[in-house]
Design a protein around this ligand. Structure first.
Ligand SMILES: Cc1ncc(COP(=O)(O)O)c(C=O)c1O
Length: 397
């Protein structure tokens, strides 16, 4: 079948909830992906940071295959020999008392919201059904009904009401607004330490430290969504480390399984996750042995290959080179680690199309921003290869 046949089939029989670039990927290895015609592209999106370890990483692949030969799904009706080892590994990696395993990122967000509400009732003493959670303008936490209920993006909400009550939004980066929005019924503040979908927006210095102080003083849980920013992407294992804070809970997903499998988790203080009793929450696939074996290998690769350190070093290099670039269409270049937003003065989609034609895959976000987030195993020569093409495309007009 030709690429056009495949695209036509997809558009004919599939829901059109995405508008992908027309590159039909057949295989991938490390930072490179190949289309059905065998053309090679440098992946500068890394599946929205789910393949920080590079595509089809051999160590993760080996762990996945070995586990597939043993047992894949036991359900949580029984115990399995991988889950306890992953829990312990997560504890050692991040220092939180406990974890709960889910599958996709948004499920872990929902889990954190449920835990926060129940904590609000059982520990903080909020009257029944009054718990309130504060989020940020421009947030992205996924697309289930809970997540779109507290989204401030009109498109994510249009046509999907009625929405879940109990949320309000404050400007990202404004600690005074957070302080003013807290009421005795507020149980949590949910925040991305760097807003990804909004266009890779880094908050002002000191913001998260002040937020952490405010939350502690007002007995409000600070829940940090590191689904995209975490596990090395922003140049630290967790982006919140830049601010020297300790959240009450952190949500991870995406790169937790290196792109092999959806695995997500909430890591938190015992007081938060201990609100769940048997039957309060669950998932058929959450914490299954295949997911856990894959996640254990993905975390090992992240640590052993020093991916956060690589991200910090190579990201600084990429950011400097991009900032030095002269282009009539670039408004701002920003980011942390190998996670960079190039904000244009004009829609970014045509530039992503042209970059694809040059062999560089990336995707626009928020209309005018090109997001660069290559796998963290990328080498400097490969960054230079991409830079040459980015400079060509952004200088063409
Ligand atoms: C910060 C953040 N939270 C949550 C999600 C949702 O994750 P998933 O698509 O795996 O449900 C995303 C996905 O991009 C994200 O970036």
């Amino acid at each position: 079948m030709t690429p056009n046949d495949l695209i036509a089939l997809e558009d004919r029989f599939g829901a059109r909830n995405y508008k992908p670039l027309d590159v039909v990927i057949e295989r991938a290895e490390g930072v490179w992906v190949y289309d059905v015609d065998g053309r090679r592209y440098l992946d500068c999106l890394a599946a929205y940071s789910a393949v920080n370890q590079g595509h089809c990483h051999p160590r993760i692949l080996e762990a996945a295959l070995a586990q597939m030969h043993r047992v894949t799904l036991a359900s949580r009706a029984f115990r399995n020999d991988q889950l306890p080892l992953l829990y312990e590994q997560l504890h050692r990696l991040a220092g939180f008392d406990k974890a709960i395993l889910m599958n996709t990122g948004v499920e872990a967000v929902e889990t954190a919201v449920k835990a926060a509400r129940k904590w609000g009732y059982t520990i903080k003493g909020i009257p029944a059904d009054r718990a309130h959670i504060i989020v940020c303008n421009g947030n992205f936490h996924g697309r289930t009904l809970a997540a779109v209920s507290f989204s401030t993006e009109p498109q994510y909400r249009a046509g999907f009401g009625p929405f879940l009550p109990g949320f309000s939004a404050v400007p990202f980066g404004d600690a005074d607004a957070l302080e003013a929005a807290i009421t005795p019924e507020t149980c949590a503040f949910l925040i991305e330490p760097i807003q990804g979908e909004a266009g890779v927006i880094v908050p002002p210095a000191e913001y998260l430290a002040r937020v952490a102080d405010i939350c502690r003083a007002r007995n409000v849980l600070l829940i940090v969504d590191e689904i995209q920013s975490g596990l090395g992407r922003a140049g630290r294992m967790f982006a919140f480390e830049y601010d020297g804070i300790r959240p009450d809970a952190v949500i991870i997903g995406k790169a937790l399984a290196g792109g092999f499998y959806p695995v997500s988790a909430v890591l938190a203080r015992a007081e938060v996750l201990d609100v769940f009793g048997p039957g309060d929450h669950g998932s058929t696939f959450g914490g299954n042995p295949l997911a856990c074996a894959v996640a254990r290998a993905a975390l090992d690769v992240t640590v052993d290959e020093k991916l956060p350190e690589r991200s910090a070093e190579l990201g600084a290099y990429l950011l400097d080179r991009l900032r030095a670039m002269r282009s009539a269409v670039v408004k701002e270049v920003r980011g942390r680690g190998l996670w960079i937003g190039i904000e244009l003065t004009t829609p970014a989609r045509p530039y992503c199309e042209r970059l694809k034609d040059e062999g560089v895959l990336c995707k626009e976000t928020h209309h005018t921003v090109i997001r660069l987030a290559p796998p963290l195993v990328i080498r400097r020569e490969e960054i230079d290869w991409a830079l040459e093409r980015i400079e060509n495309v952004l200088n063409r007009d």
